[in-house]
Design a protein. Structure first.
Length: 131
């Protein structure tokens, strides 16, 4: 496959690098989907990886990157083990960074993701601001 700069959407790539900077992902510890025990979906083609910062020093407590690796749009449920994020009281706030919007916890039960797309979901316990 011949891939060059002519085959990328520069606006999307620019937005992606902006998100990496904004969320300080270069400083985060990455857990790939096949080792992630914090979050999962109910669809085989939708995978969830995790970013967390050593010492809790990031702009949010954690970021999930949720990717649809399948060929079809998926409607799926995202399940999060809150105790593994230290949110034993169940209080988490969510923000979807790519589309720049807050998410309510009930929305995690029915998310829609086109084929070969992803979501960046920030999670915060209690008082930290997810935006």
């Amino acid at each position: 496959v011949n891939v060059s700069a002519a085959f990328i959407d520069r606006k999307t790539v620019g937005k992606y690098w902006g998100m990496i900077d904004k969320l300080e992902l270069a400083n985060a510890e990455f857990t790939p989907y096949f080792k992630n025990d914090v979050a999962k979906t109910d669809k085989e083609s939708v995978k969830v990886s995790l970013f967390r910062w050593p010492g809790g020093d990031g702009p949010v407590d954690a970021v999930l990157i949720v990717g649809n690796l399948g060929r079809n749009e998926e409607i799926f449920s995202l399940e999060i083990d809150k105790s593994k994020l230290g949110a034993d009281d169940g209080a988490l706030r969510f923000y979807e960074y790519w589309n720049d919007k807050p998410l309510q916890e009930r929305e995690l039960k029915s998310l829609k993701l086109p084929s070969n797309h992803f979501l960046l979901i920030g999670m915060n316990k209690n008082a930290k601001d997810a935006e």
